[in-house]
Design a protein around this ligand. Structure first.
Ligand SMILES: C[S@@+](CC[C@H](N)C(=O)[O-])C[C@H]1O[C@@H](n2cnc3c(N)ncnc32)[C@H](O)[C@@H]1O
Length: 207
């Protein structure tokens, strides 16, 4: 079998389907995160032969009124039922400050102050392309949900909300106001109130 990457996957980013643990994660934290399950250490072996996700696609965004135009987003290839587990947010699990990453999500904060993040800037899956709803839709149609896999590994997943996601619709979550307020990036923050540009309202990226 030949190696398969999702369509539009950037060549500079490693495509992975399970988390990689950075050396900055202390052994005790890692034990908590994995429930004692033995997992690969960083740097990981190359991953080959992945299946392309059956329900989501990465699309480039060209609509002039989209706040992330010129970038990519995650879109529903087919209708997604309400309250459905779409995929896990996969990346490098770490305990560092990474204020310059646009792909770093908080996974866990321990009582003794250890912050664990999932950073998909250099490795990840399609979920790294999920945009924040602000300026795109009136509310998120998906949300982050923490859970443990059957093997006991703590993960962050993306679920549809109580409404179905239409075929062709962009899948958008809320990063949270603090994500936008704490960023060092030069990117302009979207309207934190979630106002959609009238020029973009009603547009669905695959149309
Ligand atoms: C996790 S990435 C999402 C995928 C990104 N659009 C891409 O093509 O790689 C987060 C970045 O996407 C952009 N972004 C996400 N949601 C946005 C929004 N509602 N308005 C403007 N930019 C957004 C910002 O540049 C942000 O730093």
């Amino acid at each position: 079998m030949s190696a398969r990457r999702p369509p539009q996957w950037p060549s500079s980013v490693m495509f992975i389907t399970s988390p990689r643990y950075h050396y900055s994660v202390p052994a005790s934290t890692r034990f908590y995160l994995t429930n004692g399950v033995a997992l690969p250490i960083h740097p990981p072996p190359p991953d080959l032969n992945f299946a392309v996700h059956p329900v989501v696609r990465i699309r480039s965004i060209s609509h002039p009124a989209h706040p992330a135009r010129g970038q990519y987003g995650l879109f529903a290839l087919k209708k997604i039922q309400p309250r459905t587990h779409i995929m896990d947010y996969i990346g490098e699990v770490h305990c560092q400050d990474r204020p310059n990453s646009n792909y770093d999500l908080s996974l866990f904060r321990s009582q003794d102050g250890v912050n664990v993040g999932i950073d998909a800037s250099v490795m990840g899956n399609e979920s790294r392309f999920v945009n924040d709803y602000r300026g795109i839709q009136g509310k998120p149609n998906a949300e982050f949900v923490e859970y443990r896999t059957a093997a006991g590994e703590l993960r962050m997943s993306i679920w549809s909300t109580r409404d179905a996601i239409k075929k062709g619709e962009e899948i958008v979550v809320s990063y949270g106001k603090s994500w936008w307020l704490n960023r060092n990036s030069a990117d302009p923050p979207p309207t934190l109130g979630g106002v959609i540009s009238p020029a973009y309202a009603g547009y669905h990226g695959l149309g």
